[in-house]
Each structure stands twice: as C-alpha cells, then as structure tokens.
Design a protein around this ligand. Structure first.
Ligand code: SF4
Ligand code: SF4
Length: 327
C-alpha cells in the first residue's frame, strides 16, 4: 500500500487491477539498473520535489552502504548505475563512489540540479564528470526563467544556464561520449507534452537565447507524493490530478515501467523498486537491505505498487529516463 492520501481515493481502483498479464507485476530476471540514492540533503527545496529534499535534511548514505552497493555491482552485470539524491554531490563520499562505479560499469549517471556546480567546493565537478565519463542528467523544469524559478526558487534558471555553459565548455552536449541530458517537469497538475516536441523546443530556445546545448530531454510526469503531493492536497487538486492520471492510463506502458528493470537503494541501505517508492515509504515486500542481496544470485521480485504508480503509466509513460513510449 502506498501513500495513504492516494489509497483513500475510492473511485480510483488499485493499480494492481490494471494488469492483464500478471508476469508484468514482477521484475525481470536480471535487473539492468542499480539506482543509488545517497541522501536527502539538497541545496534547493523545489516545489515539485517528490523526495522532499532540502538544506535541512540530514539523511546521508554511509560508506559502508556504498561499499555493499559496489559489491552488488561487482557480482552482477548492471548496465547502468544511477546516482541520485537530494543533491548527490553533497554526500562526503560522493566522488569516491562515482570513481569506483566508473571502474565497474560503463554507464554511470549522476542526477544533478546544476546550481550545485557553481557552489564553492563543487566548481571542478564538470571536469570530474568528464574525466569519469559520467552521463550528467540535469533537472531544468522549463526553458524559461519564469517557469523554472517558480518551481525551484529565485535565480535558479540563470544559475542553471551558467552551469550548463561550464558543462558545454568541457565538452558536455558537444562531444558524443559526453552526454548531458535535461529533465522537464510540468509546472502544475497536468501531464507533460510530447517528449519529442518538447526536446525540439528546448534545444531551439536554449541555443538561440543562451548559446547552450544538450543531448536529450526527458519529460517526467510529476508524481503525486512528497512535496508535490502535499501541494496538490493544499490546493485542492489532488483528486483531480489522480483522476487525470488514471483517465490517461495506457496499458502498453506497463511493460516498460522502470521498476521492472531496476533496484533502488535508499540512503540507509533499504531496497525499493524505484525512487518514487522510496519517497512513498514503500520498501520491497521482504524488507530486504543491500546487505541481504550481496553474495547471492538475483531473483525475480513481485513489485510493490500503489496508486502513485498511475503517474508512470499515463499517456506516453514516465520514468527516470523520461517517456517510455513513442519516443
Ligand atoms: S527536485 Fe532535485 S534539486 Fe529540487 S529539492 Fe528535490 S532533489 Fe533538490
Ligand atoms: S512508481 Fe512507477 S516505477 Fe515505481 S513501482 Fe510504481 S509503476 Fe513502478
């Protein structure tokens, strides 16, 4: 059972009732993505943040938990390691973790909020990312200052563009192997537009107005949990938004839900099917931690769902890698 506010909405059936093929309720035999959430501390406190991250959060992944993640990576051929937070850069072991992951995996993603790259002590990160061939994924909710600052805070857009320029300078978004992806979030209780069309708009606008470029745009549907869920509830929009997600349910997105292919490790080592389940406090059914998984063969898991899952299956689908269909 997920977020209690959502589960109480009787007009919306349990997510599990939407599966014709029960096999899609399980993870794949072999997982391809190891997602590591290194903590909830962040230099920003965005309105749409499902993690409810911010400067006052203290939850932080220890070196011991990271070492267990690396053991799991050594024992299993994950195609991707996806490091996230909060602002993952704020974890004191962050650079060590990235370096170790890059030794064991060809595709390491770091999710950054861009602004951190201008803070004292972090300005050399563009070079660090380049040297480790990190795929940098940056949240930039919109290509206009007004819409981005409304969600993330004053001057965030201007500083994000400055950080993008630094990344472009070291080759990101310019050289094919230095991948710089942006993430768009809707500015309210609506679904994202077509990812393909939005990517073209972002590229054209950011290049023309600011001379910056990037590789791909991911459109992500706001999940009605965490700070965004609380905002929807306060503004009386929670129910409408949930009906919008439910009404846009697209069965063909079930196969590519990201939870089928990944394990998501929480800051304290607990295991989840995805980052949204972390935020909804919905750990894997057996309550396993990363320490239970090391030294053993990986096995299929029944995924834990809640009504927040309708955000992943609405319209073109949504995942940490953007739309899951028609792109
Ligand atoms: S959305 Fe990202 S940048 Fe904003 S508060 Fe949450 S973790 Fe930090
Ligand atoms: S929120 Fe999305 S990714 Fe997570 S368990 Fe639900 S459907 Fe899967």
């Amino acid at each position: 059972m997920g977020d209690a506010r959502l589960e109480r909405l009787d007009g919306i059936p349990a997510f599990e009732t939407k599966f014709g093929d029960q096999a899609l309720m399980d993870t794949a035999e072999r997982l391809s993505v190891l997602q590591i959430n290194v903590g909830k501390r962040c230099n920003l406190a965005c309105k749409h943040c499902h993690v409810e991250a911010g400067p006052n959060r203290t939850e932080e992944m220890s070196r011991e938990v990271m070492e267990a993640c690396l053991r799991l990576l050594e024992e299993n051929p994950f195609a991707t390691v996806d490091i996230t937070g909060g602002a993952p850069e704020l974890n004191p072991h962050f650079r060590w973790l990235v370096g170790e992951c890059a030794k064991g995996c060809a595709h390491v993603i770091v999710r950054t909020n861009l602004v951190i790259l201008l803070e004292e002590g972090y300005t050399d990160l563009p070079e660090f990312y380049r040297d480790h061939r990190v795929n940098v994924v940056c949240s930039l909710p919109h290509y206009t200052a007004k819409n981005t600052d409304r969600m993330r805070g004053e001057q965030v857009f201007r500083r994000s563009i400055e950080a993008m320029k630094r990344l472009n300078e070291v080759g990101y978004g310019q050289e094919p192997e230095l991948v710089l992806d942006l993430v768009y979030n809707p500015g309210g209780a609506f679904l994202p537009p077509s990812q393909t069309a939005m990517e073209a708009e972002y590229k054209e606008h950011l290049l023309r107005e600011y001379g910056v470029s990037f590789s791909h745009l991911f459109t992500i549907t706001n999940n009605p949990i965490g700070r965004f869920g609380a905002f929807l509830e306060r503004s009386g929009n929670l129910e409408d938004y949930m009906y919008r997600l439910y009404g846009a349910f697209n069965a063909s997105t079930l196969e590519s839900m990201m939870c089928r292919f990944q394990v998501s490790v929480g800051w304290d080592g607990r295991l989840y099917n995805c980052d949204f389940n972390q935020a909804a406090d919905l750990p894997m059914a057996d309550g396993a931690t990363i320490f239970d998984w090391t030294g053993k063969p990986m096995a299929k898991q029944r995924i834990r769902f809640g009504k927040h899952c309708y955000a992943c299956t609405a319209g073109q689908g949504s995942s940490c890698g953007g739309a899951t269909e028609g792109v």
